[in-house]
Each structure stands twice: as C-alpha cells, then as structure tokens.
Design a protein around this ligand. Structure first.
Ligand SMILES: *Cc1c(COP(=O)(O)O)cnc(C)c1O
Length: 391
C-alpha cells in the first residue's frame, strides 16, 4: 500500500550497509543443535543456558497443566485470571529468591517496564547504567521521574550521580546483573554499599544471571551474598528457566503495590497454565539438578579459552555470554553467515544493539553442548576468522 515509502527508504539503507537481516527459522526444537534450512547446525545463539526448553520434567509439567486447566486463562490476573497455580508458583519463587514475595509478569520486558513506570513519580529520580537492557530504558521513558545515566559500571560516576540527586524523595539505582551483550557482571557489592550510604533503592535485572549465577542459579544477589540488601530483583523465566515470563522479587509492600499499579500486570492476560507449571518445574530442576549449572560453567570456560587462545576478542565477558567482537557491522554479519555455512549458528549483532564499531557475533554455550560440538564450533570459528582476516 502507498504511504510506507519512508520506511522502505530506511530499510534500503540497512540493505546497503549489509544490516538487513531476515528472521532465522528453526525447524526443530531449541536444543544444542537445531535445524535451519534443512541442515543441522550447532546452536550458539540461544539463551537456553541449561537446556530446560526441552527438559523432560518441563514437558511433562506443561502437558499435565494443559490436561488439567486447558490452554489459556481467559482473563488478566486482577479480574478473573489468577489460578491457584499462579499463586503457588510465586510463593515458590519468593522462597527460592529469599524474598518476602514475588510477582510474575508476562515477560522480563514487561516486568521492567511495569516496575520502573509505576513506583516512581516526578518527585523521584532513576539512576541507570548506560548499558542497561532496552526494557529498563523503556521503563525509564515511561516514568515521570527525573533520570540520570551513569557510565557503564563506573562507581565514581554513580557516586557523583548520588551526590547530585540528594534532594529527590526516592532514588532508584538500576543495573543489569549480567550485561546482555558483553557478559560482564555488575559490581553489585560496590553499588549496594554506595546506595546504603546515600540512602537509595537498588534494583537488579538478573535476566542473564538467573539460573547461571548464585547458589542453584539464584542470581547475582545471591552470588555476591547480598540477600536482604537489594530492594528489587527482576528476573526472566524466558532464558535459563526455558519458558516465558518475568518476575519481580522483593518485599511484600512492593509486590502489593505492583499488583495495584503496574500496568502490564493489570492490563494484559495472565500466563497460560502450561507456562506457569513448566516454570514451576524449572525451579525444582534448579534445586535438584545443580550439576546442570556446573556443566554450563565447564562448557563456558572451555569455549571461552578456545576463542581467546585463537586470538579472538571476547571483551570483558566473565559469564556464558561471550561476544566475539570484530568491529564493523557488516563484518560481524559476514562472520555469522560463514559460520552458518560451516554448521554453526551464531547471530551477528550490530548497531543499535551495540555501538557500530563494536559489532560482534554473540555466543552463549549451554549445559547441553557436548565437548565435540564445542570443539567443532571452535574449529569453525578458526576457519571463518582466518578467512575474514579477523585472527
Ligand atoms: C532478555 C532480557 C530481558 C527481557 O526478558 P524477556 O523475558 O525475554 O522479556 C530483560 N532484561 C534483560 C537484561 C534481558 O537480557
């Protein structure tokens, strides 16, 4: 139809820059190997850290929930869509996270948007790391609170921000626990200490830390022994947990407030029973099969060392999120394309997700990759990296 010429022009520009990317279709389940274009390739681009998307206990829990409760819930939580299983799962999550209460949102994205947009007013200020996730940024866009962005993980700049904002009623400092594009861990002990000193609230988004860091995958707060000192813990059920959803864990008063004021919670339908019960089974798996997390870290160390030994730049990564930073966007896409030909799916990421000159192929190994698969992937990286003059 006429009228979209201005969008077409922008897309043409993307095509010229080699940054127009059609969606990649998986023709199989999400696992250590996936089928793309009829070919089985090693999956290095999912967030399926522990392989839970296909764990037998999760499949069974989802199927039993469908049998018992049906496919959907038919309402938002606050009208007629709260089932006993929703409440039971939130109680289990709160116990797992060592907090008074927890509340599940439709996604991690809506959890961040819901919290930040609802708990602050124009009397308040939000202080945010410059590399925080897009959902935190959008939450900030929706709040009437003042905003101050501090340099990535820079504690001097955070201190300055706290000193400059002492006249506000509430100050909320927000950080990713593990940064999603670089795989570095936030300096949480220092952040918490500064916030205690300056009387500010702390919020951590543990999307890439849940199931990865801390005892049984409890996240970055537990990893640093900061239980009881972080006001708001956001997590996702869509990554290591293997299903879909987000949650907020914290004090009862916070959760009660969100139930009454967080707009995605109020105005969007609750999770289907299969989602809730599969997520609940995932917590059991974390508690009863911690060897999965051990395996994830073993694989991470092996793969990262392999990349570094070949001379690839993996930046500041200290977690399974391992970027292979190459510079220009088009080079990252070329590397990704060549890897796919060699049997490895590792997505290229460029501007605006990361700075244009820090484009990369981002990899995440999982607990379910075998050593042979990882070695095969490393061999492919070596071949493609040499061909393209990256190493
Ligand atoms: C992925 C991610 C989210 C969004 O989680 P979804 O459950 O996929 O919506 C939020 N924050 C961070 C840091 C993430 O990496």
């Amino acid at each position: 139809m006429k009228g979209f010429e201005y969008l077409e022009k922008e897309l043409d520009e993307l095509k010229e820059q080699g940054l127009f990317r059609p969606l990649t279709e998986l023709e199989s389940e999400q696992s250590s190997k996936v089928v793309i274009d009829g070919k089985e390739v090693i999956q290095l681009s999912s967030n399926n850290y522990l392989g839970l998307t296909t764990h037998p206990r999760m499949r069974r829990a989802a199927m039993e929930a469908i049998e018992k409760y049906g496919a959907g819930t038919g309402s938002v939580r606050t009208i007629a869509g709260t089932f006993t299983i929703h409440e039971a799962f939130e109680k289990k999550l709160a116990e797992f996270k060592h907090t008074e209460a927890a509340l599940v949102f439709q996604s991690g994205f809506t959890a961040n948007v819901g919290v930040i947009s609802s708990i602050l007013t124009d009397k308040d200020v939000v202080i945010s790391d410059e590399l925080n996730h897009a959902s935190i940024i959008d939450g900030i866009r929706l709040t009437k609170a003042a905003r101050r962005i501090y340099k990535h993980a820079d504690m001097d700049d955070l201190k300055k921000a706290l000193e400059e904002t002492q006249d506000y009623r509430t100050r909320l400092v927000v950080t990713d626990g593990v940064f999603s594009m670089d795989g570095d861990i936030a300096p949480l002990p220092e952040i918490v200490e500064l916030c205690e000193k300056y009387n500010a609230l702390v919020m951590v988004d543990d999307a890439h830390a849940s199931g990865v860091l801390g005892r049984n995958g409890r996240g970055s707060v537990d990893h640093f022994d900061l239980n009881g000192r972080v006001h708001i813990q956001v997590g996702t059920l869509s990554k290591a947990i293997g299903v879909l959803g987000g949650y907020v864990a914290g004090d009862r008063v916070l959760i009660d407030y969100l139930i009454h004021r967080a707009r995605p919670f109020l105005f969007s339908t609750s999770h289907p029973p299969a989602v809730t019960e599969a997520c609940s089974a995932a917590i059991d798996v974390l508690l009863e099969e911690p060897e999965l997390i051990e395996k994830l870290w073993d694989n991470t160390r092996f793969f990262k060392k392999g990349l570094n030994d070949m001379g690839f730049d993996t930046g500041k990564s200290e977690t399974p999120v391992t970027p292979v930073i190459v510079g220009e966007g088009s080079l990252a896409m070329k590397l990704s394309d060549r890897l796919l030909e060699l049997g490895v799916f590792a997505q290229g990421i460029g501007y605006p997700t990361v700075p244009a000159d820090k484009s990369r192929v981002r990899t995440i190994v999982t607990a379910t990759h075998s050593r042979e698969e990882l070695q095969q992937a490393l061999d492919a990286f070596e071949k493609a990296g040499k061909e393209l003059g990256i190493i």
